[in-house]
Design a binder for this molecule. Structure first.
Ligand SMILES: [Zn+2]
Ligand SMILES: [Zn+2]
Length: 377
């Protein structure tokens, strides 16, 4: 098998693993082999590893494995942060090494050498800002301000007390077991940032996602233009059509051009494929979080609403069945709908699109009424 096809197969296998790992649990992949790969990577492989370690090393091996698992999954750790920095560093290194010599080119201006550096640096800055900023830690000093900023809706949030922090839990907050603190307007604990995403740093997290999506897209487009420039310089289309007699239509030329690119510029082609896949994933992730921000919901609340709607629907169905049974026993006509009353999500924190966006950009804890409440308290 020729080298370029090995590279293509390698790229496809990587794509399959990345998509399965990140998206395999999505409902659209239910029952497919992508879901099975996701299950194997996230649960099955670890299960086999545990069995192997216990068989080979006994209880000492099991204890070591559980300690590693505890450190990696249940305690703050920089593993994914190091992984992120390595991916960015290695990708940028390969781009610079393989493609900077073609800049400036016919389609690519010389400024892209520096623009790319600025782009990566801004990405790194947003990463640091999200990783090391306060997500909105709730403590004894600010708990009353947070409690008045976010009133209980008495549906998904009722008055509760955090037994670990020894403070009342304001609505929309959650105690992060990994960071061991209560976080206001808690979204999720992000392993990549080694930090919670909450009331104060959702804006940096969103900026990070949007910037990295644009950065990957920018990288893929500029590398594509470099390859287009190489094709022009080597007169590939002219040679194929004139000397090899290939039809000048896109469908006739595409396989030959792809083969030439894979043989001569495989690093650039692989990086373009990688950047395209990552940018698509980032676009999906950013779109999902943008929808949450615009509707003033959090990832944590999405799960809470799912549980509430499912519980309430079952309750309504049970009520409707009981009413139908009662009516039929009394010999009357059944008027209640068979599925029971439809359950609607009533988000008490929705302030309209602009208001919701404003709360992300300028968190409530950084506004005057919040600090005035602090002085009074
Ligand atoms: Zn707590
Ligand atoms: Zn956390």
């Amino acid at each position: 098998m020729e080298m370029q096809w090995v590279l293509v197969l390698h790229a496809l296998a990587t794509l399959l693993v990345v998509v399965s790992l990140l998206c395999g649990h999505w409902p659209i992949f239910e029952g497919t082999f992508i879901e099975r790969i996701h299950f194997f990577i996230t649960v099955g492989a670890y299960d086999y590893l545990t069995r192997f370690v216990i068989t080979a090393f006994g209880s000492r091996g099991r204890h070591l494995l559980f300690s590693v698992e505890h450190y990696c999954c249940e305690r703050p750790n920089p593993i994914l942060q190091i992984f992120y920095l390595s991916i960015v560093g290695v990708t940028y290194y390969f781009i610079a090494k393989s493609s900077f010599r073609y800049i400036p080119g016919y389609y690519v201006d010389g400024s892209h050498r520096y623009l790319s550096m600025v782009g990566v640096s801004v990405g790194g800055l947003l990463f640091l800002l999200t990783s090391f900023s306060d997500p909105g830690t709730v403590n004894a000093e600010n708990v009353s301000q947070y409690a008045s900023a976010y009133p209980y809706d008495n549906i998904i949030y009722v008055k509760k007390f955090c037994s670990t922090c020894k403070i009342p839990k304001p609505a929309r907050s959650k105690h992060c077991k990994i960071c061991n603190r209560c976080v206001a307007r808690f979204d999720h604990h992000c392993g990549w940032m080694n930090n919670c995403i909450g009331e104060k740093n959702t804006r940096y997290f969103m900026a990070f996602l949007l910037w990295h999506f644009l950065l990957c897209l920018y990288g893929a487009v500029v590398l594509g233009l470099i390859l287009a420039c190489q094709m022009k310089q080597h007169k590939i289309v002219y040679i194929l059509t004139t000397y090899y007699g290939i039809d000048s239509s896109f469908y006739s030329l595409a396989p030959h051009i792809s083969q030439w690119l894979l043989a001569s510029y495989n690093t650039q082609v692989l990086i373009i494929a990688f950047l395209t896949v990552v940018s698509l994933l980032l676009a999906g992730f950013f779109g999902y979080h943008a929808h949450l921000c615009l509707t003033n919901t959090t990832t944590n609340e999405t799960f809470k609403w799912q549980d509430y709607v499912s519980w309430k629907t079952k309750l309504n169905e049970a009520k409707a069945s009981a009413a139908a049974l009662k009516a039929s026993l009394a010999g009357g006509v059944v008027t209640a709908p068979p599925g029971g009353e439809r359950v609607e999500k009533m988000n008490a924190y929705d302030r309209g699109v602009l208001g919701n966006l404003g709360e992300v950009v300028r968190p409530l804890s950084e506004r005057a009424p919040f600090s005035r409440g602090k002085k009074r308290a």
